[in-house]
Design a protein around this ligand. Sequence first.
Ligand SMILES: Cc1cc2nc3c(=O)[nH]c(=O)nc-3n(C[C@H](O)[C@H](O)[C@H](O)COP(=O)(O)O)c2cc1C
Length: 191
Amino acid sequence: MGDPIARFRRWVREAARAGAPLPEAMVLATADLRGRPSARSVLLKEANEAGFVFYTNALSRKGREMAANPWVALVLYWDVTGRQVRVEGKLRELSAQAADAYWAERPLGSRLAAAASEQSRPIADRRNLLARYRQLERSYPSGNVPRPEHWSGFCVVPSTIEFWTRAEPRLHKRELFSRSRGGWKVTILQP
Ligand SMILES: Cc1cc2nc3c(=O)[nH]c(=O)nc-3n(C[C@H](O)[C@H](O)[C@H](O)COP(=O)(O)O)c2cc1C
């Protein structure tokens, strides 16, 4: 029936090749304990057998929602290839070592910005944020900015993955992969 992770990775590569500007951009939906949803874009860092990995600030709005309710959904859409992928699953936080390894790979500007920003919190003046950035820049002239403990990686362990393909005349194709006994069951859905 095919491996949905392998297919997903192929779809990202094909979107990149077809010229999608940010093929790894995905919408992450979370919900708070009362079931109120919120959504925002994040960047997919990796998709592997374990799931779909992204990085963020665990103290942000999404971080707080993810801590309260680990069930999330992802959506990726590539207009250039006429394809959409939807993922639903449960989060697992990555180890500190995995977060350190990716932190070390990131450009200095991204590390300074992530360390300076209390993501999702209000700030009276954007200049204060820039001042914090500059201050960190001075404090770590070697560029060795430490990873804030709350900047972390999360893996969405999928329970379902749906592949949608644009097809004419409007009879789009939908294949839903659901986890079953260690493997995947495929169901065809009407468009
Ligand atoms: C294309 C794109 C990619 C983004 N990637 C990330 C990301 O990987 N991690 C992240 O924390 N925020 C990312 N952001 C910012 C988020 O969309 C969002 O503004 C931020 O994480 C705060 O969301 P929250 O207040 O719901 O926690 C990205 C924004 C865009 C437009």
